[in-house]
Structure formats: structure tokens, C-alpha cells
Design a protein around this ligand. Structure first.
Ligand code: ATP
Length: 234
């Protein structure tokens, strides 16, 4: 089944067109789909359009077979698509557990079960459950942001540069976490670490100047000239 189907998206900020005729699909049998490309290519804009934060000027977004192109963001969460933004947007003065509760607004009845699952996945969050979110390290905050996203029981979890601003060892931990959660949920991964993101991915898309330039399996993209010449060093 197709979880997300995007067809012919154009997105503008005022008069400035940022996405041009973008089409892609995320399928149930995908574990991780990576979207890579340079700064300013439009990756964040694409995620924001999928999650209903931005409305496209042309094209269509379907989640689980239903048109959500003009559906508000909170309803899209309910339909199974959750985006964890690059800024993480945690509630710094609230506890770890309270932040998880904020993620479960569409699934209050299963809060405890989902929280326990998140604690199982990220034991460090259970250790810190009563601590304010702002006292966590960068890596722990990223794990909390991912955990909070999982509280809504999404079919698809989109992560916008989860390794951003993390030291290499912590970034590696986050990549291992992503691989683990992809057993439960399909992950859309936007990353600057192109080699790592494509090595993890079943499939990937290269977005340049607001257009999909190349697509293929993670392995095919890693071998492609477009990726080798533009994004891989050494
Ligand atoms: P990065 O990796 O730097 O986050 P990106 O691929 O996610 O890059 P976007 O953040 O989607 O790219 O930005 C795409 C283009 O849209 C850029 O030229 C950016 O300057 C522009 N842009 C982004 N947000 C806005 C906004 N709110 N208003 C106007 N232009 C914007």
C-alpha cells in the first residue's frame, strides 16, 4: 500500500517558488526513505507541505489514500503522518514525561502503553523522566523529540535533520535509533549526512533547486554520479 503519495507539488513563499513539480511516494514496505540535497534545496519545505504546515500552489498530497492537500496539520497527525522538525520544538520547562504527553494528544487512551514503549527504546529518557527537557543534552533532546513523535502512533515519521548540531558519536547514536524505530514505523529521513542517510535507506530522492533530480534505492543513489560527484567526499 502507498502510505504517502505526492504528485506534482509546487510550493511558493509569496512570489518565490521553492518546489517545482515534486512527485514521490512512500510505501508500506519502505523502512526508511531518505531525502537528500544541498542547503536551500527545499527539503524542509517539502516536509512542511506533507505535514500540512504549508499549502501547495499546485499538486496533491495523499496520506493513506486520502487527499490531505488542504487538511490542517493537526488532522494530518491523526491520519498517520508526524513530522519532527529540525528545531525539535520541545517544551523546555516541562518534564520529559510531560513532553511525551504533549505528543499523545490524538492518542490519549494509549498514553501509558506508548510512553512505556518509548522508555524501552530510550532508557535514558526513563532515567530523566521528571527532569525539565531543557536540562537534557542535545542527543537526549533529539531522542525526546523522536519519542514524542512516536506517541501519536504514526504510520510515517518524518525526521528533519535529526543529527543536526550533534557531535559525531551522538549523531551515530541517533542513526542507530532511527534504524531501530524503522522496524515499527516507516521513516522519512531528511539529512545532510548524505552517505549515512542513503546507506540506511531502502529508497531515496535527491532534491536540488526544488526539483527531484534522481531517485532510486539507497544503494543505487550511493553509486550514482549525481551523488558521488556532488555529495560524497574522499
Ligand atoms: P536546509 O538544509 O538549509 O534546511 P532545505 O533543503 O530544507 O535547506 P528549505 O529550508 O526548504 O531548504 O528552503 C528552500 C528555499 O526556500 C530556500 O531558498 C529558503 O531561503 C527559502 N525559504 C525557506 N523558508 C522560507 C520562508 N519562510 N520565507 C521565504 N523563503 C523561505
Amino acid at each position: 500500500m502507498t502510505l504517502i503519495d505526492v504528485d506534482g507539488l509546487d510550493v511558493h513563499y509569496g512570489d518565490l517558488q521553492v518546489l517545482w513539480d515534486v512527485s514521490l511516494s512512500i510505501r508500506e514496505d519502505d523502512s526508511i526513505v531518505s531525502i537528500v540535497g544541498p542547503n536551500g534545496a527545499g527539503k524542509t519545505t517539502l516536509l512542511k507541505t506533507l505535514s500540512g504546515v504549508l499549502t501547495p500552489t499546485a499538486g496533491r498530497v495523499e496520506v493513506l489514500g486520502q487527499d490531505v492537500t488542504r487538511v490542517p496539520a493537526s488532522d494530518i497527525v491523526e491520519r498517520g503522518f508526524v513530522q519532527v522538525s529540525e528545531e525539535r520544538n520541545l517544551f523546555g520547562d516541562l518534564s520529559v514525561e510531560a513532553n511525551l504527553r504533549m505528543g499523545s494528544f490524538t492518542k490519549r487512551e494509549t498514553f501509558e502503553r506508548n510512553r512505556d514503549r518509548v522508555f524501552e527504546m530510550f532508557p535514558v529518557l526513563e532515567d530523566r523522566r521528571d527532569k525539565k527537557a531543557r536540562t537534557l543534552s542535545g542527543g537526549e533532546q533529539q531522542m525526546l523529540a523522536i519519542g514524542r513523535g512516536l506517541m501519536a502512533e504514526p504510520e510515517v515519521l518524518a525526521l528533519d535533520e535529526p543529527s543536526n548540531a550533534l557531535a559525531p558519536q551522538l549523531a551515530e547514536q541517533v542513526f542507530e535509533t532511527i534504524e531501530e524505530i524503522s522496524d515499527d514505523v516507516t521513516v522519512v529521513l531528511v539529512e545532510q549526512h548524505v552517505d549515512r542517510a542513503l546507506a540506511l535507506a531502502d529508497r531515496g530522492y535527491l532534491l536540488e533547486n526544488g526539483r527531484i533530480e534522481t531517485e532510486g534505492t539507497g544503494a543505487e543513489l550511493l553509486e550514482s554520479d549525481a551523488i558521488k560527484e556532488g555529495y560524497l567526499r574522499g
